[in-house]
Design a protein around this ligand. Structure first.
Ligand code: NAD
Ligand code: DAU
Length: 339
């Protein structure tokens, strides 16, 4: 089988490429990525040595380019990870989120129709459901929860999901969608909470916590997300949405304190800063559907996953230091300088 993985030079896409190369050595993988600030070819260094893997640089919203690639390659499966993914950036500059997340998705859908792709999989997010109250632990997102977005990022992801479902209903394109909770693990760009805490703590720098730190996220180790997507593209029912999560809810403050403790760093590094605009309070996934239909189970809980992740950052200092010593410095100053 020939699989197109878009956004594979980013965090989850790269982990998925390594997962597929290991678990399905018979498949051919092509990665399409235009290497934005979040894309990093260093991450794919080992994959590039595998004869079953190829990298193509290009924009998923570039229609002529995408169509010619599909015509040439005749993909069986398309898995779309490519996106602008950071909520804070979407609050500053929404437009690129519409271009990549919406127009990029519809471009891939059109090419998939035109060239008879057998499965189009959209990697979506639990953020399309909006948020849950902090005082209702009984509530979780199911696949039936209405879409109710908060940020330009989640709105663009929800719009893309609606196009994917429309292409199923209108054109019978064989699609699936997954909506996962917050991921963490190797190759996570240090603008996101967990790698930001680890990299800053290791450099004895302050850790910015938005608001009171009471917001809750439901954390999943990235390999468990990859195993779920792998099951969906091979055994999932066409036209269906699958939620992915492992019941690992933590407040942001709990996450910060866990990491500081594991690194033997003081809690005095914590600095409370102005809250994110429109900040979602709590996410929590009900994964019953993927567990019962496809037999998916996560291998990691938060304690085991965070230990492996911290080890990875300790052993791959060069990977993240190259990032934080570049353009990222300006980003950090702009976002946090006067916060
Ligand atoms: P990321 O920002 O680390 O990587 C995104 C990748 O997409 C980068 O390599 C970037 O270069 C590429 N890209 C961006 N615009 C592109 C374009 N126009 N054309 C081609 N490539 C482009 O993101 P991530 O955290 O790995 O997230 C991947 C996907 O998973 C996204 O669709 C995101 O919405 C979804 N998701 C993320 C999480 C999470 O916790 N990170 C959870 C659930 C779902
Ligand atoms: O739920 C899935 C989503 O998870 C994905 O769709 C997004 O692509 C991904 O970025 C992530 O979104 P979040 O906004 O939840 O992740 P982030 O790491 O930006 O923030 C996690 C929490 O930590 C959130 O409540 C905001 C808070 N935070 C974040 C940063 C960067 C801080 O308190 N301080 C920070 O400096």
């Amino acid at each position: 089988m020939k699989i197109l993985i878009t956004g594979g030079a980013g965090f989850i896409g790269a982990n998925f490429i390594y997962y597929e190369l290991e678990h399905h050595p018979e498949d051919q993988i092509v990665c399409l990525d235009n290497l934005t600030y979040a894309g990093n070819l260093e991450t794919l260094k080992e994959a590039l040595e595998n004869p079953n893997f190829r990298f193509v640089k290009g924009d998923i919203a570039d229609r002529p380019f995408v169509f010619s690639l599909f015509e040439k390659e005749k993909f069986d499966i398309v898995v779309n990870f490519a996106a602008e993914s950071h909520v804070d950036r979407s609050i500053e500059s929404p437009e690129i989120f519409v271009k990549t997340n919406v127009l990029g998705t519809t471009t891939l859908l059109d090419a998939s129709r035109e060239y008879g792709v057998k499965r189009y999989h959209q990697v979506s997010t639990d953020e399309v459901y909006g948020d849950l109250p902090l005082d209702r632990k009984d509530l979780m997102f199911t696949e039936e929860t209405p879409l109710h977005t908060s940020s330009p990022y989640s709105s663009a992801k929800a719009a893309a999901d609606l196009f994917v479902l429309a292409y199923y209903r209108t054109y019978n394109l064989p699609v699936t969608i997954s909506r996962c909770s917050n991921n963490y693990g190797p190759y996570h760009f240090p603008e996101k909470l967990i790698p930001l805490i680890i990299s800053r703590a290791l450099n004895d720098e302050t850790i910015p916590v938005y608001g009171t730190g009471e917001n809750v996220r439901d954390w999943l180790y990235v390999e468990d997300h990859c195993s779920a997507i792998d099951l969906i593209i091979r055994n999932g029912r066409v036209g269906e949405v699958y939620n992915i999560g492992g019941h690992n809810e933590r407040t942001n403050l709990e996450v910060v304190k866990t990491i500081l403790k594991a690194l033997s760093k003081p809690e005095s590094l914590i600095r409370y800063v102005t809250d994110r605009k429109g900040h979602d309070l709590r996410y929590a996934i009900d994964p019953t559907k993927i567990e019962t239909e496809l037999g998916w189970q996560p291998k990691y809980n938060f304690d085991t996953g965070i230990a492996v992740t911290i080890d990875w950052y300790l052993n791959h200092r060069e990977w993240w230091e190259n990032i934080i010593n570049g353009e990222y410095k300006n980003y950090y100053e702009k976002m946090y300088g006067n916060r």
